[in-house]
Write a protein that binds this ligand. Structure first.
Ligand SMILES: Nc1ncnc2c1ncn2[C@@H]1O[C@H](COP(=O)(O)OP(=O)(O)OP(=O)(O)O)[C@@H](O)[C@H]1O
Ligand SMILES: [Mg+2]
Length: 284
């Protein structure tokens, strides 16, 4: 088997507190291979977001992190600042729950999309804008040239999240970390945005760590699921959704409102670039 793209081995994150410490990630281990999607599910506070922050070394300095995190065989914990910057800006792309919290409100959409290409990769501004227009079109943003001139507040949440996806794809990462990317959007925008993310990452063969509370969505979009509870991965694999073995996973699945619905009955939506329509994928 080839080397995993991302490997976490016994990752612990401990918060030093006055008079003691609290372990918030407790021996987290998983792998994601190139082109593979892993769904990370678990209740609120179980450590999902901390895991993504550990992967990008963005945990608060008060945390002590041990174990190993390797990207493409290189230890992330051992990277120097220059390597870390490269890793964050070119290897890994991040999509968060609230796109508005991650854009500068006084910068136009075009500046947001092209800034990194121009500044960090020396791409000519007009070329960067051309690439941004192509990508906005690919993620289903109509009139992309006009959108480049708008400010974030002029775009709906769903549209802004598409801009976020476009900005991540522009950097051509190998791995996307998506932490609840649709939770803050209204229901119709949720399925649109997820369909686009799913379609684009498959078309480009990108790996994905998809964090969600929605087990059915995770099962529909991912090759494997990992279930987190109190800072630990209690169960992971391709079997998790249909044949969970850990009691917590059984309970988590039982807590869903539609326990009798099987994931393969859920429509997986695909975005059609020509007609700008969402289509139900063929049932497999
Ligand atoms: N900077 C921090 N200082 C102290 N505790 C923290 C910090 N960040 C997170 N925590 C705690 O660590 C635990 C895990 O948090 P995390 O944000 O990873 O949960 P989560 O699984 O992403 O939850 P949610 O589904 O609500 O987003 C929580 O108990 C949280 O309060
Ligand atoms: Mg979280």
């Amino acid at each position: 088997m080839t080397e995993p793209l991302l490997m976490l081995d016994d990752v612990r994150a401990t918060l030093r507190l006055r008079g003691g410490h609290q372990t918030l990630l407790d021996g987290v281990s998983f792998e994601i291979h190139a082109g593979e999607a892993l769904g990370l599910v678990g209740e609120s506070g179980s450590g999902k977001s901390l895991t993504t922050r550990a992967i990008t070394r963005m945990l608060d300095p008060a945390f002590r992190v041990s174990g190993e995190i390797a990207f493409d065989g290189t230890s992330v914990l051992a990277m120097n600042q220059a390597a870390l910057r490269r890793y964050r800006s070119t290897d890994v792309g991040m999509i968060f729950q609230d796109p508005r919290a991650h854009v500068n409100p006084v910068h136009r959409v075009g500046d947001f999309l092209t800034e990194a290409l121009v500044r960090e990769r020396g791409v000519d501004r007009r070329e960067a804008e051309r690439r941004a227009v192509v990508l906005l079109d690919e993620v289903g943003v109509r009139n992309p040239e006009q959108r480049l001139r708008q400010y974030p507040h002029e775009l709906s949440g769903g549209l802004l999240q598409r801009v976020m996806i476009a900005s991540v794809l522009l950097a051509e990462p190998k791995l996307i970390l998506a932490d609840e990317p649709t939770t803050a959007l209204d229901v119709t925008a949720q399925s649109d945005v997820m369909a686009i993310l799913d379609e684009q990452r498959r078309a480009r063969g990108l790996a994905l760590l998809f964090i969600t509370h929605d087990l059915e969505l995770a099962a529909a979009c991912c090759d494997r699921l990992a279930v987190m509870y109190a800072g630990e991965i209690v169960e992971q694999g391709a079997h998790v959704y249909h044949a969970p073995t850990h009691p917590y996973t059984v309970e988590l699945l039982g807590a869903r409102p539609s326990i009798d619905q099987r994931v393969d009955r859920l429509p997986v939506l695909r975005y059609d670039r020509e007609t700008h329509e969402l289509l139900k994928a063929e049932a497999s």
